[in-house]
Write a protein that binds this ligand. Structure first.
Ligand code: PLP
Length: 413
C-alpha cells in the first residue's frame, strides 16, 4: 500500500494480481522463448482448438458481422431489449420452465454483472453471501467491492465426494445472524472442479431450504451461476432440476446468472442477464425494478449487438440449430481431452476432484503453489488455487493431454 493515499477510506489498499491472467502471461512468455510446441498452457478458461487457435462459433461470428450498424452501435434499453430478455429466459430454461412461477430478466454485462446485482441488492452491507469453498475468485472480489463479505461451504467430504452437510451447517449459522442470505451454486460444470449437482442433490437442497424458510423473517436467495451449462450434457440433464423452482415459498427467490460468454463464445462482448424466478408476483416485480434501477446506476445499458444477436437466434431455428451443432462439436472436443486426463489420473493414482463436465479439472494439493511451480519448470502452466491446482482443459490441444496426469503426480511427490 502507498504511504500517501488520495482514495476514499473504503477503496484504500485495494488491488490484486489476477491469478489466471498472471499465469497466462508466464505461459505466453514461455511460448515466445521456446515456441508453442514446448509449452502446455492450461491457464485460461477459453476454448482453443487442437491447433491452439482461439475458437469462436462461426455461425455466431458470421451473423454478427452482417448486422447493420444501427443494431450494433445504438443504445439498448436500460433493462435490456425486450426480445433479448425473452430469449435469455428461453435459452436458460430450454423447455424446463418451472410452472406457476413469475419469471423476470434484466440484461447485465455477462454473468459477472448478474453476480454484482445479486450481491448488492440481496445482501445487507457488511453481511455475507455463502459461496462454495472451491470458487471462481471474482465472487470474493465482487462482494468486497460492494462492502459485502463471503463465507464458504465445503463442497466435498474428506473422500472428495459431494456433500450438502457443510452447506446446511453454514446456512443455519448465517441465518442466526442475518435475515437475508444469498447462497451461490455454480452448477452444472462447476468452475474449477467440473462437478454437476444431481437431481438428488437439488431435491435435498430444496427440502432443507424450505424448512429454513418456514421462519418468514428469513429471506433466502439462491444465485445459480450457470456459466458452463451448455457444455455439461443434454438439456434434460442440465435443466431438469429447474422444474423444482415451482415448489418454493415466496421467501425463497431463485436468481440465475445467464451468460453469453461461453454459451456463444462471445466472452469479450460482455452480455448476459440476471433472471429471477419466484412464486410471488410482487417479489418478481421488485426483482425487476431494483435490478433495472441498478443497471442505470452502474453501467447504464448493455451491449446492443450481442443482445440483438441472441434475440434473432431465438427467432431463427435454422441458425440456432447451426450454433447448437457447432457448440456440440467443441463440447465433444473438451470431453475427449478430459477423458484422457481422467483415465491417466486413475492409472497413475492421481486424485482429482469429481469431474463431470466443463472447462476445468482440479487436482487437490496441500501445497498448490509448489505443484504449479514444479509443473511450470516443465513448461506446463496451471492455476494454483488455495487447495489445489486447476487445469483449463478447454485450452490444451488433445495431443498435449497425454502425460499431464503423470507429470502432476510427480510434481506432488
Ligand atoms: N461464473 C463463473 C464460474 C465463471 O467462470 C465465469 C467466467 O469465467 C463467469 C461466471 C462470468 O463470466 P462472464 O461475466 O464473462 O459472463
Amino acid at each position: 500500500m502507498c504511504a500517501f493515499s488520495m482514495a476514499a477510506s473504503h477503496a484504500r489498499g485495494k488491488g490484486e494480481v489476477d491469478a489466471v491472467f498472471s499465469v497466462l502471461k508466464k505461459a505466453n512468455d514461455a511460448v515466445a522463448r521456446l515456441g508453442k510446441d514446448k509449452v502446455v498452457n492450461a491457464s485460461i478458461g477459453a476454448i482453443f482448438d487442437d491447433e491452439e487457435k482461439f475458437v469462436s462459433l462461426s455461425a455466431v461470428n458470421e451473423y454478427y458481422r452482417e448486422m447493420p450498424a444501427e443494431e450494433l452501435m445504438n443504445y439498448a434499453a436500460i433493462a435490456g431489449l425486450p426480445d433479448f430478455l425473452e430469449a435469455a429466459v428461453d435459452f436458460t430454461f430450454r423447455g424446463y420452465k418451472p410452472e406457476n412461477t413469475y419469471i423476470k430478466a434484466v440484461a447485465t454485462p455477462g454473468g459477472t454483472g448478474a453476480v454484482r446485482h445479486v450481491f448488492y441488492n440481496y445482501v445487507e452491507e457488511g453481511q455475507k453471501a455463502l459461496i462454495p469453498d472451491w470458487f471462481w475468485g471474482p465472487y470474493r472480489t465482487i462482494a468486497d467491492e460492494h462492502l459485502r463479505g463471503v463465507d464458504t461451504y465445503a463442497m466435498f467430504d474428506e473422500n472428495y465426494e459431494f456433500t450438502l452437510n457443510s452447506l446446511k451447517e453454514k446456512t443455519q449459522e448465517l441465518l442466526k445472524v442475518q435475515d437475508n442470505l444469498v447462497i451461490v451454486f455454480n452448477t452444472p460444470a462447476h468452475n474449477p472442479t467440473g462437478y454437476t449437482m444431481s437431481m438428488g442433490d437439488w431435491q435435498e437442497t430444496f427440502s432443507f431450504l424450505k424448512k429454513c424458510a418456514e421462519d418468514k423473517s428469513k429471506k433466502i436467495v439462491l444465485l445459480l451461476d450457470i456459466a458452463y451449462i451448455d457444455y455439461a450434457g443434454t438439456v434434460e440433464e442440465t435443466r431438469g432440476f429447474m422444474k423444482l423452482f415451482s415448489t418454493l415459498p415466496e421467501n425463497i427467490l431463485v436468481t440465475i446468472a445467464f451468460s453469453m460468454s461461453k454459451s456463444f463464445l462471445m466472452y469479450g462482448m460482455r452480455s448476459g442477464a440476471l433472471i429471477g424466478v419466484s412464486t410471488s408476483q410482487d417479489v418478481a416485480q421488485e426483482f425487476f425494478d431494483i435490478n433495472a434501477y441498478s443497471n442505470r446506476g452502474v453501467w447504464s445499458n448493455g451491449t446492443r449487438g450481442a443482445q440483438k444477436l441472441l434475440a434473432d437466434v431465438a427467432k431463427n431455428p435454422e441458425l440456432q440449430a447451426k450454433i447448437d451443432a457447432e457448440r456440440e462439436q467443441y463440447t465433444k472436443l473438451i470431453k475427449d481431452r478430459a477423458a484422457i486426463f481422467m483415465k491417466e489420473a486413475k492409472e497413475v493414482g492421481l486424485k482429482t476432484l469429481p469431474f463431470r463436465a466443463g472447462f476445468f479439472i482440479t487436482v487437490p494439493a496441500s501445497d498448490p503453489k509448489k505443484v504449479a511451480e514444479k509443473l511450470a519448470q516443465d513448461n506446463i502452466f496451471v492455476v494454483p488455487l488455495k487447495k489445489g491446482v486447476r487445469f483449463a482443459i478447454c485450452s490444451v490441444p488433445t495431443h498435449k493431454m497425454s502425460g499431464l496426469a503423470a507429470k502432476t503426480k510427480q510434481a506432488m511427490e
